[in-house]
Design a protein around this ligand. Structure first.
Ligand SMILES: Nc1nc2c(c(=O)[nH]1)N[C@H]1C(S)=C(S)[C@@H](COP(=O)(O)O)O[C@H]1N2
Ligand SMILES: [Mo]
Length: 210
C-alpha cells in the first residue's frame, strides 16, 4: 500500500505485458488492505430494479451449443447448490461466512455447453450493470448464481431475485440482479472495468485498480 496511482498503473501494465511475476500472494483469510465488517453494506448504482418473479429470466448465450432462457421455475428445477464463502469489496470491507444458495456455475455450464473458443464471461444486470471475467474463474467450485442468502430469498438491496457470487475475486465481479450470462472468445470490460478498476480483481494480491 501507499504507492501512487501511477506506480500501481505501471506495475499493472508490466504484469499485463508478462514482464513481471505476480506479486506475492497473501494467504491470510483477510486479504491485504481489507477490514472485517459484521454488517452487510449495500453497494449499487443508485437503482434497485424491481423484477417480479413471473417476469424474471436468466438468459445464457454466446459461444455455447445450447443457449437457454430460464424462467424462475426452470432455474429452480436445476440441481441446487449451497456454499459458504467470504465476500471482499474493493472499498476495503470484507464479510466472512456468507451462506449462498442457488445453482452452481458449473451446472449452468453443463446445461449450455460452451464451445472451445469461449474463454471469457460477460454478465449484465437488470439495473444496467455489467462485469466480466475469465471463464476459468467461473469454473471454481464456489461460484454460483444465488437466489438465497442465509436461507432466505436475497433482498432487493443485495441483488435479488438472483446474483452472481465469485468469492475469489473482489465482489464487483459478481453481478447483482443478474439477467444475462454471455460466453465470449474475447474479453469485454464491464461497468467498473471501463472506469479504472482492475480487470483481474484478485483480493489476495491487492489487485484493485488498473
Ligand atoms: N447489478 C449490480 N451488481 C453489482 C453492483 C451494482 O452496482 N449493480 N455493485 C457491485 C459491488 S461494487 C459490490 S461490492 C457488490 C455489493 O453487493 P452488496 O450490495 O450485496 O453488498 O455487488 C456488486 N454487484
Ligand atoms: Mo464494491
Amino acid at each position: 500500500m501507499g504507492d501512487t496511482l501511477t506506480e500501481r498503473k505501471e506495475r499493472w501494465a508490466r504484469k499485463q505485458a508478462g514482464k513481471e511475476k505476480s506479486p506475492v500472494r497473501s494467504h491470510d483469510r483477510l486479504p491485504p488492505g481489507q477490514h472485517l465488517t459484521n454488517g452487510f453494506p449495500v453497494l449499487d448504482l443508485g437503482v434497485q430494479p424491481v423484477v417480479k418473479l413471473p417476469d424474471w429470466r436468466l438468459e445464457i448465450r454466446g459461444l455455447v451449443e445450447n443457449p437457454v432462457t430460464l424462467s424462475w421455475e426452470e432455474f429452480h428445477a436445476l440441481m441446487p447448490f449451497e456454499d459458504v464463502s467470504d465476500f471482499h469489496c474493493v472499498t476495503t470491507w470484507s464479510k466472512y461466512d456468507c451462506r449462498w444458495s442457488g445453482v452452481a456455475f458449473f451446472t449452468l455450464v453443463d446445461l449450455v455447453r460452451p464451445r472451445p473458443e469461449a474463454r471469457f464471461v460477460y454478465f449484465t444486470s437488470y439495473d444496467g450493470y455489467s462485469t466480466n471475467t475469465a471463464l476459468e474463474n467461473c469454473l471454481d467450485d464456489d461460484v454460483l448464481v444465488a437466489t438465497q442468502f442465509d436461507g432466505k430469498p436475497i433482498t432487493k438491496d443485495h441483488g435479488g431475485p438472483a446474483r452472481v457470487i465469485i468469492p475469489k475475486l473482489y465482489a464487483w465481479k459478481g453481478a447483482k440482479f443478474v439477467r444475462t450470462v454471455e460466453f465470449l472468445a474475447e474479453d469485454k470490460p464491464g461497468f467498473w472495468e471501463v472506469r479504472g478498476y482492475s480487470n483481474t480483481a484478485d483480493p489476495w494480491t491487492d489487485d484493485r485498480f488498473a
